[in-house]
Design a binder for this molecule. Sequence first.
Ligand SMILES: [Zn+2]
Ligand SMILES: [Zn+2]
Length: 137
Amino acid sequence: MEKMLERLREKKVKATPQRLAVLEYLRSGYIHPSAEEIYKKLKPLCPSLSLATVYNTLEALVDAGAVNRLTIDARRTNYEYGRAPHAHFLCRVCGEIYDMPIRRAGAAVLRGHKIEKTWQYHQGVCRKCLKSPQKKI
Ligand SMILES: [Zn+2]
Ligand SMILES: [Zn+2]
């Protein structure tokens, strides 16, 4: 967290209580919530919080490199704490996103180019949904 605060300072992003609350919430687990989910979770803890503030906060944190924006689910945008690069698995049934280690194949094909960012994701049905008889798969 200290490192992250330093990064925010470097990028001249003010560490307001709302921004810290969002960052702390994302850091608390390997979670990939949408802005609405973050808002619902934090609203009882910070009554002055608005959904617009959550969106603005996420924008600022993404710009500062503290938070990653995931656009793997066409139905919503998800956010996560800016951990080391990793791949994602999206369950098409429940919409849950899981972290996976990244596979660095194919870089050799791009000889002479420089990869700066990698987005890697997989789609399917998660273990929980496969085991649940009520869910239509
Ligand atoms: Zn699932
Ligand atoms: Zn992730």
